[in-house]
Design a protein. Structure first.
Length: 455
């Protein structure tokens, strides 16, 4: 039996151990956006340190940042082999709304073939899959490649500390490429490698009018209503064809050429599937582009939340003094968050009426990215998928944002292999997040093949 076969056998024999490890870390509520969970963030980082130590990793250290720490480790003893930087984030989204969870979000619960908990798919499950693959190898063999880890705790709040960390630790983080398992698969039977990510510009639009809430009978009709004004401003940000109306918004958008459109058309994503996954009665998007192009290759502008006036049960005849909308814009190459924030401000300046004051607050953002599909890491991962799934992976653009990918290109000069074993119906960021365990176990095997392919 070869070392690789021994590793695969070890993984098969230790499925329950790996699952117990995952359940253990899922019980820690590492919600990065909530200051009340600061201790839980450190506890999760310490859990990772303990696991890395058990795998024989070296130079393990928790690096503090202004918010939450970065965990680093390495093992650099493989001669004539590439160095892979493993990226992951150990923070998770808030559990709200709590009353929609069937089982408690931080009490991992297995129902049939799925494990339900906040972070099960995004992305503690992906980190534990990687650690499990490494354990399967090091318990039977020297590791076949050089490896480094950069595990952060701020991805769900836009990774505000990570760019500075990378800038100040370039030599420490130098590598041939990055393995980033924070993407996912198109389906359980469709292994997937993501080669492009949309960026993000997230902002709040605040509209203020009178100095305090007013009686809508006594003053309605004589004072401009900030809530009405906000709705009109937001409503004008898209036209009837789904085109975004911010000035200059499309000036730097890299269009999709005919060859890429043909490749994207091969993806098993159609209108019926998207309606099923979303529960939406109909699809709607930018005219002239297919749904798969709208999701992965075109920019967006969406309201994520609105707040104004009275929202409780019953009626209160109030004319609100202020209104606020949270707005996210997904970006594509070659847009930048900084330019898009200015375009939003310019739109508001040109369209805001008298009688109110408007302010755009930029919260966080990240650059879009696009990578080559023939790098050493991509080839190693592609061959690994074929070994486990019996088919070559599909290549896709991802509609979501992973800002670290663009930052790594810019700061460290390395490309990323974007993959993962989450599925579209895993309900990430929503109540009842889950992980499909058969796919997860196959993912561990694929990662074993991947690391041996590098060696």
């Amino acid at each position: 039996m070869t070392h690789q076969e021994k590793a695969l056998s070890y993984a098969k024999e230790n499925k329950e151990k790996f699952l117990d490890n995952l359940k253990e870390v899922l019980e820690i509520p590492s919600v990065s956006t909530d200051p009340a969970h600061k201790d839980d963030m450190l506890k999760t980082a310490e859990w990772l340190v303990e696991k890395l130590e058990s795998l024989g990793m070296e130079n393990i250290k928790i690096y503090p940042t202004p918010r939450h720490p970065v965990v680093y480790a390495d093992w650099l003893h493989a001669k004539d082999a590439p160095t892979v930087l493993v990226y992951g984030h150990y923070d998770v989204q808030p559990e709200d709304p709590l009353d929609e969870w069937i089982t408690p979000p931080f009490k991992p619960t297995q129902r049939e073939a799925s494990l339900h908990a906040r972070g099960a798919s995004d992305m503690k499950g992906q980190i534990v899959a990687t650690l499990s693959a490494i354990e399967s190898i090091v318990k039977n063999d020297d590791f076949p490649s050089n490896i480094k880890f950069m595990l952060e705790g701020e991805e769900e709040i836009g990774s505000p500390s990570l760019a500075d960390f990378m800038e100040s630790h370039k030599e420490l983080l130098s590598a041939d490429f990055c393995l980033n398992p924070d993407a996912g698969m198109l389906s359980a039977d469709t292994p997937t490698i993501t080669y492009a990510l949309r960026g993000l510009a997230y902002a709040e639009l605040h509209v203020t009018g009178p100095s305090h809430d007013l009686h809508s009978g006594l003053f309605g009709g004589a004072v401009r209503n900030p809530a009405n004004t906000l709705m009109k401003l937001v409503g004008g940000m898209k036209d009837e064809d789904g085109k975004i109306t911010l000035p200059g918004f499309y000036d730097k958008v890299r269009d999709v050429d005919a060859e890429e459109r043909a490749e994207l058309a091969k993806l098993p994503v159609d209108e019926a599937l998207l309606r099923e996954q979303t529960g939406s009665p109909a699809l709607w998007g930018e005219k002239g582009y297919s749904p798969v192009e709208q999701i992965g290759a075109r920019p967006t502008l969406d309201v994520n939340g609105m707040l104004s006036g009275f929202t409780g049960e019953g009626a209160k005849t109030v004319l609100p003094a202020k209104a606020m909308a949270k707005i996210s814009m997904r970006l594509v190459p070659d847009q930048t968050p900084e330019e898009v924030y200015e375009q939003l401000r310019q739109y508001v300046k040109e369209n805001a009426p008298e009688g109110v004051e408007c302010e755009v607050k930029a919260l966080h953002g990240g650059n879009p990215s696009i990578s080559e599909r023939d790098g050493v890491g991509v080839v190693a991962m592609s061959d690994a998928f074929e070994a486990v799934w019996g088919k070559a992976p599909l290549f896709k653009r991802e509609g979501g944002s992973i800002p670290v990918v663009g930052d790594m290109q810019k700061i460290l000069g390395i490309e990323s292999v974007l993959t993962g074993f989450g599925l579209p119906d895993d309900r990430i960021h929503s109540p009842n997040e889950k992980l499909d365990l058969p796919t997860w176990y196959r993912g561990i095997d694929a990662l074993i093949h991947f690391f041996y392919n590098l060696g």
